[in-house]
Design a protein around this ligand. Structure first.
Ligand SMILES: Nc1ncnc2c1ncn2[C@@H]1O[C@H](COP(=O)(O)OP(=O)(O)O)[C@@H](O)[C@H]1O
Ligand SMILES: [Mg+2]
Length: 221
């Protein structure tokens, strides 16, 4: 179970006032379920996903994932929890440019504490159909291939939760479809809970649930 209770988030604005970006968000999502987060640009979707991922602290409220309250963990324990239980896929891939596809995924496997990071990385790349591109650098791969490497990195430790922030947002339609189908396959095959921010109604229609944010509030779902 993923449980968000009363999440608010303030950022300091340049003029010194605080800017409230999330206004008290509650959410419960069953293990193995899927959720689309929709809403206009600036509504707080990425901020909410970052809080769910433990990448950002909420100003108030709690985040519980599989019985663990993220706010109760030390920085080190949180980093460990994230590496083992959560995968994150960004719109802009966020791969290390000077490392091969295999090294990018193996670093994720090492951080997660897997015993055989290289072997696990090879398996994860095979699952995304990139066994023949392992030694390419990100600059030598297409956008769709880069995103598949990023998905391999995010899923190498078979996390219980996969969080994706507009994962198809910078891809052409055919690569977007391929990446989305891959995420759905991994969600089903690995039993991974999937939370996906997307503007594409045809993708959100395939999720179990949809939630819409507007100005930091849940207006639907
Ligand atoms: N680090 C930050 N510092 C200040 N304001 C931020 C920061 N991150 C996001 N914001 C503001 O929070 C609001 C929500 O941003 P975001 O969560 O990225 O929205 P979305 O992903 O829905 O487009 C925006 O108005 C944005 O400018
Ligand atoms: Mg965003």
């Amino acid at each position: 179970m993923i449980r968000l209770s009363g999440i608010t988030k303030d950022f300091p604005s340049p003029s010194g006032e605080r800017l409230r970006v999330l206004e008290g968000v509650d959410l419960e999502l069953a293990e193995g379920g899927s959720l689309a987060i929709q809403g206009p640009s600036g509504s707080g979707k990425s901020t909410l996903l970052g809080i769910l991922a433990g990448l950002e602290q909420p100003t108030s409220g709690s985040v519980e994932i599989s019985g663990t309250n993220l706010g109760s963990l030390s920085e080190r324990a949180l980093a460990q929890f994230r590496a083992r239980n959560q995968g994150f896929v960004f719109q802009a891939f966020h791969l290390l440019q000077h490392f091969s596809a295999l090294q990018n995924v193996a670093i994720g496997a090492e951080i997660a504490g897997l015993k055989e990071p290289m072997l696990s990385a090879r398996e994860a790349l095979a699952r995304v159909d990139l066994a023949d591109r392992m030694h390419h650098l990100p600059g030598q791969l297409s956008g769709g291939e880069c995103q598949r490497v990023a998905i391999a990195r995010a899923t190498v430790a078979r996390p219980s939760v996969l969080l994706c922030d507009e994962p198809t947002g910078s891809l052409d339609p055919s690569n977007a479809t391929r990446v989305f189908e891959l995420l759905m396959d991994l969600h089903k095959d690995l039993g991974t809970t999937l939370v996906l921010v997307t503007h594409d109604p045809s993708l959100s229609a395939r999720m179990d649930r949809r939630m819409r944010l507007e100005r930091g509030r849940v207006v639907e779902g």
